[in-house]
Design a protein around this ligand. Sequence first.
Ligand code: NAP
Length: 275
Amino acid sequence: MKTVAIGGENVAALGQGTWMMGERQDLRASEIAALRAGVELGLTLIDTAEMYGDGAAETLIGEALGPIRDQVFLVSKAYPQNASRGRLPAACEASLRRLGTDRLDLYLLHWRGSVPLHETVEAMEALKSAGKIRHWGVSNLDADDMAELVEAGGGACTTDQILYNLWRRGPEHDLLPWLGERGISVMAYSPVEQGRLLADKTLGRIAATIGATPSQVALAWVMRSKGVIAIPKAGTVAHVHENRAAADLVLSADDLAALDAAFPRPRGRRPLEML
Ligand code: NAP
């Protein structure tokens, strides 16, 4: 499995998202089986958030992992309103309880809110010192916010989790180079645009010429750059298996050129988009 460094540690470049998981009883068994199959296949980074199903996704992950928790690099995210010195410890503790673990491998600020960044940095560092989290990072922060974060003492930030896929190439203009230069890993969320990208006819045509599925091409494309992790959410074992093959798919220069022609690079700066 291709890896990406987070805080000097190598983690799987293909992980598993969990937004919308744990919310429907009829899908529960399939979602648990998918997460477990993913870990077995090497998709050992799992991303979640206190927001997802109001804790239901974290509870599902806790149930799915049980004794295999130590094989996983577990990522969760705090609401911006909880990212203060006073509130972050309790939010983290609640996530740990739902996940059935004693530490998070990575804790992210879900998006920027009104708590000053320097206060969030302090709160994250305190959790790290207490052994509750191993690394911390952010999500949905654009290049200007990232520069401000570093100015605010956030030099230990390891990751920016952002919307990035073939339809959303804006970050290539300035944010990805900025992060790359500083060794801050990128976690690309909604890498198949919540499933909508998979119906794109042009992507379908290109995938057919490569002998791969649209999902495999979309994910391999996201992971083509050093330092970028893709975290697709797959609720079935079949989708997990299909996606796993993307980590071994190397796109040729011709494949990349065809994708560039169909999904052009940004010509100028575009504000970071969010889903
Ligand atoms: P996504 O991963 O782009 O798409 C998920 C959808 O694609 C699901 O409906 C899934 O269906 C389908 N899918 C996955 N693999 C497939 C395959 N091989 N064939 C056909 N369909 C497939 O969207 P996402 O869930 O929004 O993003 C991924 C993760 O990123 C989230 O789960 C979450 O952990 C994180 N995220 C973070 C933020 C943030 O603000 N930081 C925002 C959005 C997402 P099935 O469920 O049926 O498999």
